[in-house]
Design a protein. Structure first.
Length: 82
């Protein structure tokens, strides 16, 4: 199964990127995912179910540890091929 995850971390800071956002981006960019799109107000990545779910776990843990007060995410099935 193939999944797509979209997520944002808060609080936002328009002057500089918060530590929690940097950590979340590092996790998602270093995970074994493809179709990674990192943006100023949200991040998207796709991959096999195990890789996406593992990355989501790490993003949540590390972003919260780095000061995120809210993490909004959505996970969608985008295909049956891993």
């Amino acid at each position: 199964m193939r999944l797509r995850v979209e997520f944002t971390t808060e609080p936002f800071d328009l002057d500089e990127v918060p530590a929690h956002a940097l950590v979340a981006r590092e996790v998602i960019e270093s995970a074994e995912l493809d179709a990674v799109d990192v943006g100023p107000f949200g991040n998207t990545a796709e991959g096999g179910a195990d890789a996406v779910l593992t990355a989501v776990d790490v993003v949540l843990r590390k972003a919260l540890e780095a000061g995120a007060t809210r993490v909004s995410l959505q996970v969608n099935v985008v295909g049956e091929n891993a």
